[in-house]
Design a protein around this ligand. Structure first.
Ligand code: GDP
Ligand code: MG
Length: 134
């Protein structure tokens, strides 16, 4: 059965004009875009979105980055959508982990600005879609 995942094009991706590129890759994979909105992110939303990372060394940097400029938030649907988007996004570190052919592997250099977010499980997806789209 089809599944849904939350995808964000983070501030670096929006500022670099990569929203269309990310959407094209999602669509080419065969996934469907079901909601799309450009959103300003306040501290409260950022804290809830990244709650699992509270206390880590990069947490404050992560929050200030994600709140620095608008993000393109989308709900993406399809068979195994969570894992499928994580596959096309590539690993978190764009150089050490993301393979060529993935969004991060092709388009990013730094872990702190790796262009996209994708939910990491169906449970996270459900929580994050509620958080971003109500
Ligand atoms: P993701 O699920 O692949 O996005 O990775 P995580 O959930 O582990 O981390 C969330 C985001 O925090 C990542 O996409 C990175 O942008 C950032 N991040 C994770 N680890 C680090 C790190 O060690 N240093 C920095 N600067 N950012 C990090
Ligand atoms: Mg994550």
């Amino acid at each position: 059965m089809d599944e849904r995942t939350l995808v964000l094009v983070k501030p670096d991706g929006v500022q670099r004009g990569l929203v269309g590129e990310v959407i094209a890759r999602i669509e080419r994979k065969g996934l469907r875009l079901v909601s799309l909105e450009l959103k300003a992110v306040d501290r409260g939303l950022a804290e809830q979105h990244y709650a699992e990372h509270e206390g880590k060394g990069f947490y404050e940097e992560l929050l200030s980055f994600i709140t620095s400029a608008p993000v393109a938030a989308m709900v993406v649907e399809g068979p195994r959508a969570v894992a499928a988007f994580r596959q096309i996004a590539g690993g978190t570190d764009p150089v050490e982990k993301a393979v060529p052919g993935s969004i991060r592997g092709d388009l990013a250099l730094e872990t702190g600005s790796n262009i996209v977010h994708g939910s990491d499980s169906p449970e996270s997806a459900e929580r994050e879609i509620k958080l971003w789209f109500g």
